[in-house]
Every structure is written in C-alpha cells, then in structure tokens.
Design a protein around this ligand. Structure first.
Ligand code: ISL
Ligand code: CA
Length: 585
C-alpha cells in the first residue's frame, strides 16, 4: 500500500489553495451532479480504456454544461473483476486510470472552474487481492474477523454440494459463499467471489475505513457516493432465506440489507470523518430502502447522509416477485406516482436524489423514452425536464445529456459485464431459452450504459486512438457531443438550460412539490410552489399526441414559458414527447 501520510509527489499544478475548495452549508441542494464511469469516458493514451487524464481533458466541456459536481466511479487500484468496484488498495490509483498525481490534477482543474469532485466509496467489500483479505485468509491472523468466515454447514464436508454456510445467492449468480481451500472455511461475497464482504461488526474495520476517508478529504475531495452502503449492517445471525423450489441459492435481501446497526454505523462515520461539519456531499446507494428509512437517513437532525439512491423507480418495469431480468411493461401512472410518493415522503425533512440512469442501468432514453429516430431527441429532453423539475439533486450520467442509447448486442460474446455474463450462463444452464435471456440482456444489461462516450464522428467517436474495450454504438456518426454542442436545439443545450434554471430560480430547488393528473396515462404534470411563485411542468411522456383535459391545470395566461421542446406552442394539444415549463407569478 502506498503511504497516505506522505505528501504526494510534487504534482505539477496542485497547490493547497487550489486543492481545497470552500464549501457552503447545504450547497448540494442546488447542485447538479455528473457521473463519470472512467473506463468509458475518454482515453488519453490509446490503450482503449478511459483514464483520468482523459477526464481532465474534458473539464471545459463539463463546465459548459454547467454541472457543479463530478462523481467519479472507482479509479482505485483494482484487479478490475467488476470494473473497479473490487478494490485492492483504497489509497492508490489503478495504473489503468493513471496516478495519484493525475487525480490531483483533475481535482485542481475542476476546482479552478468552480466544480467539485465526489469519489466512489466501496466499503461493503474489498477485492480478494486487498492486503486486508490476504491477511485474513490465515485463521490465526488478527484480521481473520475483518471478513465473514464461516465453516461448512453442520454435518457436511467443505466443498460438497449444499455445504455453503447459508443458501444465499450472490447478486452475480451462484452462491454468495466461496470455499477457501487453505483454511477449509467459506467467506461471504454478496457480489463476485473476488469481492469479499467486510465485517462491519468489527470496530477495527470501521476505524480503518474512516481513516482512509479522512485522507481523501484532506487530499481535496468534496464528498462520497457510497456503494451499497445499506449492506454494511447485516443480520449477524446469517440465517437461511426461505427456500425456492428448483433453486440451490436464493435472494436473501432480508438477511443482509438494512441491518440493525446501519444508522449507528452511518452516524459514527459522519462524526469520525466530519461529513456534516466539513459540508461534504454524501449519497448512499441503498437498494431496497423504503421511504421511511430514507427519511431517517437523510434527516439532517440524525447526521447520517445527505441523500440516498432509491431503486424503487428502476424496479417498476420488472415482474413483481421476479428479478430485474423478468421484463414487464411500465405504465406512466405507476412511475410518476412512485416518484411523487418519494417527493412527499421526504418533503420538509430529508432530501431526494433524482436519477434515470447510471452505470448499472440501461440508457434512460431507451428505457423510459423512445429511442427511435423520430422521438429520441424530444423524449430525452422531456425525461430530463421531468427529472430536473422534481425536488432533489439531479444526477446526469455521462452521455445522457447527448441522449445516448442502449447497445445493439445480438450475441453473448459481445457482453463484458460480469453480471450479464454470469446471468447468461446460469439462466441457460437452468433451461431458459437463449433468446429469452438475450432479450433480457438487451433491455437490462449494465453494458448498455458502458459503451464509450461519443465525442465526435471520427473513428471510435474520438473516445480512443486505439481499440475501445467495449465497442462504440454505431449511431455515433450522428449522435455525438460535437454535433450536439453545435446544435442549439440539441439535448445537450436542453440539459444546459435545465441546469441553469436550477441555479437561477430558488423555486426549482426549494419549491413544494405536487403531482397533477396522477392517473393520466400520457401526461406527467406537476407543480412546484415557493411563496407566490408556481412552476408548472406539463410533459407528454408518450409517442402519440395528447390533450390536456380542460380545466385540469393552472391557468398559464400571463405565465412565462421558461423552457419547452416545441418553442412557441401553448395549446392544450401536446405533440409526442412535448414538454413545457411555465413560471406563474
Ligand atoms: O446492477 C444491479 C442490478 O442488478 C445491482 O445488482 C447492482 O450490482 C447493485 O445495485 C449494486 O451496485 C453497486 O455495487 C456493485 C457494483 O457492481 C455496481 O456497479 C455498483 O454500482 C458491487 O460493488
Ligand atoms: Ca487509457
């Protein structure tokens, strides 16, 4: 491990003043975050993999979009089993992505333009190649208890069928337990076998994590996005989940998520790192969190987190009781009522994060919009309008501002994501038709979001001078950043204007939310109210024309039309994917 106490090698442009940026209390409420998945953003050295110098070369592009914060997916030392979410050294940068000096340069370049940097914090698990885990493999080691080691199930031989300590399935297929031949015991890995879960019950683990976080803050970062943070507290009894006929391993969410000590750990972390005191941005990824839990976690009085990523709205197009691969149609009322419930549930107490996509989700325009040539641009704009006009902090995932679309992979050999590859093997092994599995992957694979950012219409969309690690989407010839920046009617400029509205108008940040026409199958309408100002958003979220029912919405005569997809139009008829933002008062 590199020694974090030592000052970094004198890295070119970094001085203490540029590395540390002033942070106002609550600054993140009016901020827009841009997520960068470094592997796919911009490659500076032609090895086909995006890197930190590549990001630094694009900071002016980010500044012109107007975003306030960059959230950087993991760039730490890693064997890359899960593209960096398997970390072997929290205190160093993977050579694939650059060096600590490169990161310092990026922080300085962002800070110089008034933007902040939020790092990914992946501490539910480490890589199996992390020094902590290597040490822990020895049963006599003082670090044995840093991970979840358990003997084979009572009465069974280690390594034999069903000998795993519990019947839990890993998120990435198969058992969540791996036998370590060396000691004859199993270790828990909720994700891949190269991602052993840390045991947060052990106070030494927690102190080591907090110390590491402190060093990053001292280095100049402005906050943390916390990977699956609600899995750090598990039901410590580690019991079997109810069996499912025909399945050796079953999802066991109740056993390992949202455990009894979650909020205690978050409070302890907040105090130990000074998360609130130093006005750092904190967002916890919390699959399976309820509104009630999120309200407590984001209530400033509890000193836990600023906001969480909920998964409810990205689970509504899966069959109830099934997995993400069991595709089901999504009706607009279900989606908008879900978002409204979160708005109302956290109103006046906590804070929402707002997102349509990220590196784990399909592309928003392909999933919730219409990515056909006819409707792609307007549906990408309208989805953004709806998202950005809810209350909370919006997250833009790289390429979303361009209306980038899903991949068109037709063969399993094209996929790179461990979740997709493992799912295909397991599902076809269980007898599912390959065509059905490929249809699920086409709609849901995480690789959809991971194709390289399309910068211009030159070779490989100018993502790399080499061969990209994942092929560029063929539509880059017309769908790219250079074309979008040059076209005032593009999705890019629509996002830019939405971001500017947030910075200009307090009603966008603080206005009280209300959903109108909750049962309408096509129209998403909402208001935000602050004092005597009312923001009215009307959006046709369908590929057919829609009519606003007479008298259903506030009168907009005399209102200002702040932004729309079809400039000038104000009638009750809405074109497919037309949306408008009015300011009344
Ligand atoms: O993507 C998913 C949908 O099936 C989830 O299982 C996903 O793995 C989960 O949301 C947790 O995500 C985070 O932790 C994972 C990592 O693979 C993801 O990229 C990360 O965002 C393990 O670190
Ligand atoms: Ca590279």
């Amino acid at each position: 491990m590199s020694s974090p106490e030592q000052p970094s090698a004198p890295s070119s442009s970094v001085s203490t003043t540029s590395a540390l940026l002033e942070r106002e209390p609550g600054w993140w409420r009016s901020a827009v975050v841009y997520q960068i998945y470094p592997r796919s953003f911009a490659d500076s050295n032609g090895d086909g993999i995006g890197d930190i110098p590549g990001i630094t070369s694009k900071v002016d592009y980010l500044a012109s979009l107007g975003v306030d914060v960059v959230w950087l997916s993991p760039v730490y030392a890693s064997p890359q089993d899960d593209n960096g979410y398997d970390i072997s050294d929290y205190e160093d940068i993977d050579p694939t992505f650059g060096s600590l000096a490169d990161l310092d340069d990026l922080v300085a370049a962002l800070h110089a333009r008034g933007m902040k940097l939020v790092m990914d914090l992946v501490v539910n698990h480490t890589s199996d190649e992390h020094a902590w885990f290597q040490e822990s493999r020895d049963p006599a080691s003082p670090k044995r208890d840093w991970y979840w080691w358990r003997p084979a199930r009572k009465g069974s031989t280690p390594g034999s069928e069903s000998a795993e300590p519990t019947n839990w399935a890993s998120f990435f297929s198969g058992s969540a337990w791996q036998l370590d031949e060396q000691s004859g015991e199993y270790y828990l890995h909720l994700f891949s076998r190269k991602q052993p879960d840390l045991n947060w019950e052990n106070p030494e683990v927690r102190q080591a994590v907090y110390a590491m976080m402190n060093r990053w803050v001292e280095r100049g970062v402005d906050g943390f996005r916390m990977d699956v943070i609600n899995l750090i507290s598990k039901q410590p009894t580690l019991q079997d989940a109810p069996a499912v006929p025909g399945r050796p391993f079953v999802p066991a969410f109740e056993q390992f998520a949202n455990g009894p000590r979650l909020e205690e750990f978050l409070q302890e972390m907040n105090a130990a790192v000074g998360l609130d005191e130093r006005h750092l941005l904190t967002v916890g990824e919390m699959p399976g969190s309820t509104i009630e839990l999120a309200r407590r976690v984001t209530d400033p009085a509890n000193s836990e987190l600023n906001m969480v990523f909920t998964f409810e709205h990205v689970g509504l197009d899966a069959a109830p009781g099934g997995s993400k691969w069991d595709l089901a149609p999504l009706r607009l009322p279900v989606l908008k009522q879900n978002l409204a419930a979160w708005q109302e549930g956290l109103a006046g107490v906590g804070w929402n994060s707002l997102y349509w996509d990220n590196h784990d989700q399909p592309r928003a325009v392909s999933r919730f919009g219409d990515d056909s040539p006819e409707h792609r641009v307007n549906s990408a704009k309208t989805l953004a309008t709806v998202q950005h006009m809810h209350q909370g902090t919006p997250y833009v995932y790289q390429g979303e501002e361009l209306g980038m679309t899903n991949t068109q992979f037709v063969d399993i050999s094209a996929f790179r994501d461990i979740e997709s590859v493992n799912y295909h093997a397991e599902a076809t092994g269980l007898g599912l038709e390959s065509e059905t599995v490929l249809a699920s992957l086409a709609a849901r694979s995480r690789d959809n979001a991971r194709t390289p950012v399309q910068w211009d219409d030159s070779s490989h969309a100018a993502f790399t001078q080499g061969i990209p690690w994942l092929p560029v989407n063929a539509n880059y010839v017309y769908l790219n950043a250079a074309a979008a920046v040059a076209d005032q009617d593009s999705t890019f400029h629509h996002f830019r204007e939405l971001i500017a509205l947030r910075h200009e108008l307090p009603v966008v940040v603080e206005g009280r939310f209300a959903l109108l026409l909750p049962d309408h199958e096509q129209i998403w309408a909402l208001t935000r109210t602050l004092g005597d100002q009312v923001l009215l958003v009307v959006a046709n979220c369908s590929s057919s024309p829609a009519t606003v029912p007479a008298g259903a919405l506030p009168d907009v005569s005399g209102a200002r039309l702040l932004l729309s997809t079809h400039p000038g139009a104000t009638s009750a008829e809405l074109a497919p994917w037309e949306s408008r933002i009015h300011l009344i008062g």
